[in-house]
Design a protein around this ligand. Structure first.
Ligand SMILES: [Zn+2]
Length: 314
């Protein structure tokens, strides 16, 4: 089998709030962070095997992570070094848990995230602001401000896709498109192709998160290919918390055959105990990569990245 561990890689779908894991807890506690987090108790929440377990672990971590940009920055540093060891040279991190800081403190925090990443050799980091659909309207102006200030490279609409349709926000997304703000939308993770069409028609996304139901409508694959819309697959996450029963059923294999533009990602690598290397190995175990295919995934991810690509007119 073609070994993929040292192949060049880029990750586009990874949530800051999903990075923490027991091994990182041990390291950051040695540095004085979150001393009250009980490692023994934490072990009861693993492995995460379904959506309920995912929520339970998220609730356990929340008091430590929520609003704690300092802690999460330490966690991010550990993750970036892990990525470098896997030959990942570009990553986009979705931020969300300290959105409620007032403007000046939020700006300072985001600048620290930028500076920290820029000072780590071997990897380039882009930041997306990720927000759920239920709170999107209240947050849209702030997201736009963060983007205009250069603190973020784009936005991701994440969370429960059944909460609201993208059509509900059509005017906001139209404004974002006019301003060339790069948009990613999680769609087709739990719902069918109508949810993907809703995102495409009203959200103007350059990328879709998951899009697992894309082959349920024969019109969707050619549309995505023609428009060169990138799909972020997260195989382990898709098996554990979405509708994919086993890796053999994952749409990534059809995406290969039909020449779609996609990447392979971890989503919440701490929760799911996965890594970029384990995701590539998982796919490789079902359908071994042919020569050049990992390079193609890498180059597709890079050209679909949002960093420095927002305002293409400038
Ligand atoms: Zn996600």
């Amino acid at each position: 089998m073609f070994p993929t561990d040292q192949e060049p890689k880029a990750e586009l779908h990874c949530h800051l709030d999903g990075l923490l894991r027991p091994s990182y807890v041990r390291t950051i506690q040695a540095g004085g962070f979150c001393p009250d987090l009980n490692l023994k108790e934490l072990s009861n929440y693993y492995p995460v095997t379904d959506i309920d377990a995912w929520f339970r672990l998220g609730r356990f971590y929340e008091p430590f992570q929520q609003g704690n940009g300092d802690l999460l920055l330490e966690v991010l540093k550990l993750y970036l070094h892990d990525l470098i060891a896997q030959n990942v040279s570009y990553v986009e991190i979705m931020l969300s848990s300290f959105f409620d800081l007032e403007d000046e403190r939020l700006a300072l925090m985001l600048q620290r995230y930028r500076d920290t990443a820029d000072n780590i050799d071997g990897i380039e980091v882009g930041y997306l602001w990720a927000t759920g659909r239920s709170k999107f309207e209240q947050r849209a102006d702030r997201v736009r401000w963060l983007w205009r200030q250069g603190y973020i490279d784009g936005i991701a609409l994440a969370g429960d896709e059944s909460a609201r349709t993208i059509k509900d926000f059509r005017d906001i997304f139209q404004d974002f498109a006019q301003e060339n703000i790069p948009v990613e939308i999680h769609a087709g993770e739990w719902l069918g192709p109508d949810s993907i069409w809703d995102a495409l028609e009203y959200g103007h996304p350059r990328r879709l998160g998951h899009a697992l139901s894309l082959f349920d409508d024969p019109a969707l694959p050619p549309y995505l290919r023609d428009k060169d819309i990138h799909i972020e697959f997260c195989p382990t996450s898709n098996i554990k918390v979405a509708g994919v029963k086993k890796i053999d059923d994952h749409p990534v294999f059809k995406a290969f055959e039909q020449g779609l533009n996609f990447s392979i990602n971890t989503d919440d690598p701490g929760h799911f105990e996965c890594s970029m290397n384990s995701e590539f190995r998982l796919i490789n175990s079902v359908r071994p990569f042919a020569a050049g295919e990992t390079d193609l995934i890498f180059s597709n991810a890079l050209r679909s990245s949002f960093r420095d690509q927002g305002d293409e007119s400038s």
